[in-house]
Design a protein around this ligand. Structure first.
Ligand SMILES: [Mg+2]
Length: 236
C-alpha cells in the first residue's frame, strides 16, 4: 500500500453512535412537556422523518453540505406530521442536537494509533469526506487529525463529493499517486468502495456492524474489515 484515501464519519470517527438519544434529548430541551409540541411524539416522528429525508440520493447530496439546515428541515417535517406550526422551534432543536453530537463524538479507539502506524510506513494519506465544510473542518481540528494527512478533501470546501470521480482524482493528484498504487477505505459501499474501484483503486469496506455484504450488492470489496485498525494491523 503506497497511498490510501480514507473516509471520516463512521470510519475514523464514531459519528452515528448515540444519534437517537441525542435527538430525543434535543427535543426535550426545546419542548416543555406542557407546551404546544408533545416532545415524546415529536421524537418518535423524527425517526421516520430522518429516514425519509436521507433516503433520496439527490436530497441527500443537496442537504448534507449544510447540516444545521438539513436538521432544521427534518424537524419541520416532523412538526408538520404532528400538525404543529414550526414557530421557530425547529432551528433551536437542530442547534441543540448539534451541540450534543459535537460533545459526544469520539474517534474510534484504534484510529490514532492506526494513522500513526501508516505514517511510519510511509503511506501517503488523504482524508476524503462528504458533507458540511464547517462541521467537517471542526471535527478534523477537534480530534487533531490534520497532522496525519497529506491531503484533505471536504465536499463542502471542494464543491463536489463522493461518488463523483473528480473527488478521488483530486485526492490522488494531491498525493502524487496513480489509481493502481492507491487504496480507499470506508464504511459506505458505493462512495468508499465501488466508485473508487471503478477508477482502478483497491477498495476496502469497513463493515462495522459485521452484517456482511447485502445480498443484492453489486460492489465486491477487495477486502472487508470490521474496523480501520483491522485493515492497518493486517499490513504487518
Ligand atoms: Mg462514512
Amino acid at each position: 500500500m503506497d497511498a490510501l484515501l480514507v473516509d471520516l464519519d463512521d470510519t475514523l470517527l464514531d459519528y452515528s453512535g448515540g444519534v437517537d438519544e441525542h435527538w430525543t434529548a434535543a427535543v426535550h430541551a426545546c419542548c416543555p412537556e406542557d407546551g404546544a409540541v408533545d416532545p415524546q411524539r415529536l421524537a418518535t416522528v423524527l425517526g421516520e422523518a430522518r429516514r425519509w429525508f436521507w433516503s433520496d440520493p439527490e436530497r441527500h447530496r443537496r442537504e448534507r453540505v449544510n447540516m444545521l439546515g438539513a436538521w432544521t428541515h427534518i424537524v419541520e417535517i416532523g412538526l408538520q406530521r404532528l400538525g404543529v406550526a414550526p414557530d421557530g422551534v425547529a432551528p433551536a432543536i437542530a442547534r441543540e442536537f448539534w451541540v450534543r453530537r459535537r460533545e459526544a463524538m469520539r474517534l474510534f479507539p484504534d484510529t490514532t494509533a492506526s494513522l500513526a502506524a501508516l505514517r511510519r510506513r510511509g503511506v501517503r494519506l488523504a482524508l476524503v469526506t462528504n458533507g458540511d465544510a464547517g462541521q467537517q473542518r471542526d471535527k478534523i481540528e477537534r480530534h487533531d487529525l490534520a497532522r496525519f494527512f497529506d491531503a484533505i478533501v471536504i465536499e463542502g470546501e471542494f464543491g463536489a463529493g463522493k461518488p463523483e470521480a473528480i473527488v478521488y482524482r483530486h485526492a490522488l493528484a494531491a498525493l502524487g499517486a496513480s489509481p493502481g498504487e492507491a487504496w480507499m477505505a470506508g464504511d459506505h459501499l458505493e462512495f468508499d468502495v465501488g466508485a473508487p474501484q471503478r477508477l482502478g483503486l483497491r477498495g476496502v469496506w469497513v463493515d462495522r456492524t459485521g452484517q456482511g455484504l447485502p445480498g443484492d450488492s453489486t460492489v465486491l470489496p477487495h477486502r472487508i474489515v470490521r474496523s480501520f485498525g483491522e485493515l492497518v494491523a493486517a499490513l504487518d
